[in-house]
Design a protein around this ligand. Structure first.
Ligand code: HEC
Ligand code: HEC
Ligand SMILES: [Cu+2]
Length: 415
């Protein structure tokens, strides 16, 4: 079915039924009034009735009563269903009965903030759960309207005022959100999605599991107690030192036979998995426990790499990504990356370009260096680029210092 036509919230059916009832009743009234009119126009047309036969009926009580009482009843039916469906829609669940999500509508993007402080640009909600939306717009913004056709909900989002909506989505899926109040140039782009997911997925969404960092060889040596018997330095403990052993020769006793072999990868693997096979000369046999079925293949590889002296790739700490910041903060609703003019100047080649700004009453030419870019993001009202409207919201307090820096670093790269 076309998305949005099928209702997926708990009260969608009730609202759909109300629409059907209203439509049927109005159709009925339309057919009866227009139908009888057409019939009488035909029946009493001037060609069929002589003038002198025409009579002026003054009063006819039964018909007066009928056309007062019947429409009144029909209208009361419409009123009843209208009121009932409005009531379910507008009776908000209490905060402890519902998941509360804060919604901010602003030119021209939506921001959703969940109970744990997480923020997104698409709304994600669990299935079969009452969701209460607490909605507002920043003081200096304009009117918007939050509309999810599939849930049959719509409500204005106003600067400086809080409005509410609630719903309980009964089917998983991805549904349109559209601003339904004309709010300027990019109004039609002020759209997003509601993702209805299972309760479990919602939990993972709110509290993503951190990937455990991969263990290094040293971690493994500690975890498996190897360091109790092997030193990593040039020292003999209970077993031989691990220092520089790869590809070096060693005398061993292999199944009762003494020989000198090279410590290649296979030998090292086998020494860990089946230490009883080859015993290094001068050491107590059968002391080292077997790590077969204890150490997995991946860990074994890590250890072998260590012996080989290969550097382990140390995972870089996740840096803040400028591109996702400008996507998630609505910058690209007003600034293009490809040189086209949307609402604000394009980000293409923005770094170190000459720009004319109005500062107070003066017009000055500047170079867009880091400081200028930073001020443009945090105090956009101070220097306004010539020929552009002074509507960029300030991101002071919304972006952390390091986030602003990451954005600027990213802006520098857009060529
Ligand atoms: C209880 C003490 C003990 C523990 C624990 C132990 N080893 Fe050993 N290991 C030895 C001894 C003793 C030898 C020498 C005798 C032999 O070859 O069995 C040895 C030999 C080795 C050798 C061959 C060394 C060479 O010079 O050729 C390797 C490789 C090795 N161990 C790796 C490990 C790793 C990896 C671990 C931890 C997962 C570990 N061992 C845990 C006692 C231990
Ligand atoms: C509502 C639309 C809008 C949003 C959202 C917006 N801006 Fe702007 N921005 C503008 C407009 C319009 C201008 C030009 C007028 C001015 O300087 O204030 C501008 C100017 C700028 C400038 C100076 C541009 C130049 O050519 O010198 C920078 C840098 C900037 N914005 C960065 C950002 C960043 C980063 C974000 C997101 C964190 C953002 N903007 C979000 C509308 C917006
Ligand atoms: Cu809008």
């Amino acid at each position: 079915m076309l998305e949005g036509i099928e209702g997926v919230s708990s009260f969608a059916n009730e609202i759909d039924n109300t629409f059907i009832i209203v439509t049927v009743i109005t159709l009925l009234l339309f057919v009866v009034t227009i139908g009888s009119m057409l019939y009488f126009v035909y029946k009493y047309s001037s060609s069929k009735v002589k003038k002198e036969d025409a009579q002026n009926i003054k009063h006819y009580t039964p018909i007066e009563i009928a056309w007062t009482v019947i429409p009144t009843i029909l209208m009361m039916i419409v009123f009843y269903f209208g009121l009932e469906s409005l009531r379910v829609q507008r009776t908000m669940p209490s905060d402890d009965m519902a998941q509360v999500v804060k919604v901010t509508g602003q030119r021209w993007f939506w921001t959703f903030e969940y109970e744990n402080g997480k923020k997104t640009n698409e709304l994600t909600v669990p299935k079969d759960t009452a969701i209460k939306l607490v909605m507002t717009a920043p003081e200096e913004d304009v009117l918007h309207s939050f509309f999810v056709p599939a849930f049959r909900i719509k409500e204005d989002v106003l600067p400086g005022t809080t409005t509410y909506l609630w719903f309980n989505a009964e089917k998983m899926g991805r549904y349109d959100i559209q601003c339904a109040e004309y709010c300027g140039t990019r109004h039609s782009y002020m759209r997003s999605f509601v993702n209805v997911v299972s309760k479990e997925d919602y939990k993972n969404f709110l509290f993503p599991k951190k990937e455990e960092p991969k263990k290094t060889a040293i971690d493994l040596f500690n975890d498996y107690g190897c360091v109790g018997c092997h030193s990593l330095e040039d020292m003999v403990l209970v077993g031989p030192s691990f220092k520089d052993i790869y590809n070096k020769e060693v005398s061993i006793t292999s199944k009762g036979v003494k020989k000198v072999i090279k410590r290649d990868e296979n030998y090292l693997r086998n020494s860990i998995l089946n230490p009883q096979d080859d015993v290094v000369e001068g050491y107590v046999p059968h002391l080292m426990p077997s790590f077969k079925n204890v150490i997995n293949e991946e860990e074994l590889n890590t250890i072998i790499k260590y012996f080989k002296g290969e550097k382990e790739e140390v995972k870089k700490e996740k840096t803040i990504d400028g591109l996702s910041l400008i996507q998630n903060n609505g910058c690209i609703g007003c600034h293009s990356l490809d040189g086209s003019k949307i609402v604000g100047p394009t980000f293409k080649d923005i770094y170190n370009r000459k720009v004319v700004v109005t500062k107070g009453d003066e017009k000055i030419e500047l170079t867009s260096n880091e400081e200028y870019l930073k001020n443009s993001i945090l105090d956009p009202k101070v220097e306004v680029v010539e020929n552009y409207p002074n509507i960029m919201p300030s991101f002071k307090g919304l972006l952390k210092d390091e986030e602003v820096d990451a954005i600027i670093e990213y802006l520098k790269t857009i060529k």
